[in-house]
Design a protein around this ligand. Structure first.
Ligand SMILES: Cc1cc2nc3c(=O)[nH]c(=O)nc-3n(C[C@H](O)[C@H](O)[C@H](O)COP(=O)(O)OP(=O)(O)OC[C@H]3O[C@@H](n4cnc5c(N)ncnc54)[C@H](O)[C@@H]3O)c2cc1C
Length: 470
């Protein structure tokens, strides 16, 4: 049998890789998806997006029940968590979707190849060879290669994850609920786990090196999150420099400096959530012309690297956020380009951020500070959920919607939401930005009543000082 020459070989089956594989199959490209693990889905499905959101849903339901008296629920005082059942439900969701991915690969005629894939250098006669370790096949040949090897949690220097010092992997499957948890880092991963374990009853403290939580978000959003977290009893320090993390009788002792003085915290567990490192070592990059900047791969607008025929997508790419939906679209752009079909380049300013802590955060486009930095004369409309009737119905009044618009032409430059269902509400704003919608146009779009999305209408009207409900 002649050796198969694939149109596309994809290394890594996370959301970037599996989405690229499905679309490549749909476009009629002969596709191979190489995965080192026994399951498809990568970080997002197994130790990221999906299991965290499953636990966050448990946390939300538990919070509602704890406040049950207000909702007219009786006998809720003794309600407790069955950690084993929570873990089982979470794993069930993950397994179901991992199976779904296998089905989708078959449906789209994608060959799944088990093993560790590595680039071997430039193409020979237009054909690349991908070396494979630990699988049945030793190599495969393809006209194009997509590197989608993802990322791993960064660790504090000299430390290793174990039963007490946790990354996103260990913290998702603890044997028992911890009584206390220190979270180092207040990006999306840090604040989500802080939210989960606080709702589950742990004593939680966040240590953030920068002056505010969720530092990539608009400053007003950070302020509101810090206010609500304080109210929820989640302790925290900003401008906090962690100096030492060591095992002690009570679990782990963390020494840090904040407000100019050295302090010490003791907790059962510590979660290190200080960012994610691209997996660009030991994948053969050095054998190619691929350019790497601080570990991240440089690409053009079609995700093509400096090595002809090799593309990079997902968490390893420079200049794009490390988010599942960003990686997925990067995969679609790359394979559509390979198929020779028209494709729109991704504008990083149109990629939404979603953080599923309580209260949720959704944002897209420029923050107010960034818009001013770029020289825009800015007009802001802000509407609080306290004045939204659906927010009263669902009993969640924290937060607001903030629209940042250009004073000259009215174009919406950014939308920043903190509050109930913010991660769903942000979708409308992404469409608005994509369509270069003005605040005035948005203010004329009818929103159903009573909905949380009406707060968007009010925020658009607030740009002109004419919100109806506040
Ligand atoms: C706790 C947590 C929560 C998150 N929540 C969200 C969220 O809610 N929304 C969101 O958008 N993002 C979220 N993220 C980020 C999201 O998980 C990542 O952006 C996404 O998984 C990146 O996708 P990827 O395909 O680039 O890489 P990954 O998902 O990391 O997948 C890479 C895959 O490649 C495989 N691989 C690596 N090297 C090789 C090799 N040489 N050969 C073969 N296989 C290889 C790996 O085994 C893995 O399966 C979260 C992350 C974490 C840690």
């Amino acid at each position: 049998m002649p050796e198969t020459i694939y149109d596309v070989a994809i290394i890594g089956s996370g959301p970037a890789g599996y989405t690229a594989a499905i679309r490549a199959g749909q476009l009629g490209l002969k596709t191979a998806l190489i995965e080192k693990d026994n399951v498809l889905g990568g970080t997002c499905l197994h130790v990221g997006c999906i299991p965290t959101k499953a636990l966050l849903f448990n946390a939300e339901v538990f919070d509602h029940v704890k406040e049950g008296a207000e909702l007219g629920l009786e006998n809720t005082a003794g309600v407790s968590l069955n950690w084993g059942s929570i873990q089982k439900r979470k794993q069930g969701i993950v397994d179901k979707h991992a199976k779904g991915l296998q089905f989708l690969m078959r449906k789209n005629k994608v060959d799944v190849v088990r093993g560790y894939g590595m680039l071997t250098g430039a193409a020979s006669g237009g054909i690349h060879t991908v070396a494979i370790e630990g699988g049945e096949q030793k190599s495969i040949k393809a006209k194009n290669v997509l590197l989608a090897s993802g990322s791993s949690a960064r660790m504090l220097p000299g430390m290793q994850a174990d039963e007490q010092i946790l990354t996103n992997i260990e913290v998702l499957s603890l044997n028992a609920l911890p009584k206390s948890l220190v979270v180092i880092g207040s990006g999306a991963v840090g604040v989500e786990f802080a939210s989960i374990y606080k709702s589950f009853g742990a004593d939680v403290t966040i240590l953030e090196m920068l002056p505010r939580y969720v530092p990539v978000e608009d400053e007003d959003v950070s302020k509101e999150l810090m206010r609500v977290y304080r109210k929820r009893g989640i302790n925290g320090f900003v401008n906090a420099k962690v100096e030492k993390v060591e095992k002690c009788d009570t679990g782990v002792c963390v020494t840090f400096t904040a407000d100019g003085k050295q302090q010490k915290l003791e907790a059962e567990k510590v979660l290190v959530a200080i960012g994610r490192a691209p997996r660009t070592e030991n994948v053969g990059i050095e054998k190619t012309k691929i350019k790497v900047e601080r570990g991240f791969v440089e690409v053009d607008g079609y995700m093509h690297t400096a090595e002809p025929g090799i593309y990079a997508i997902g968490d390893i790419v420079a200049g794009y956020p490390q988010l599942a939906h960003s990686g997925a679209m990067e995969g679609i752009v790359a394979v559509t380009h390979i198929a020779g079909k028209p494709v729109k380049k991704i504008n990083p300013l149109r990629i939404p951020n979603a953080t599923y802590c309580h209260p949720e955060i959704g944002s897209v486009g420029l923050t107010e500070a960034k818009a001013r930095e770029k020289g825009y004369e800015v007009k802001v409309g802000k509407f609080p959920f306290t004045a939204n009737s659906r927010a009263s119905i669902v009993g969640q009044h924290e937060g607001f919607i903030k629209i940042v618009s250009d004073a000259k032409y009215g174009e919406i430059l950014g939308v920043h939401i903190i509050g109930p269902n913010a991660t769903e509400l942000i979708a409308e704003s992404v469409v608005a930005l994509e369509m270069e919608c003005t605040a005035e146009e948005l203010a004329n779009i009818i929103h159903a009543h009573p909905t949380l999305s009406e707060a968007m209408l009010d925020a658009a009207n607030a740009v002109f000082g004419m919100a109806i409900n506040a």
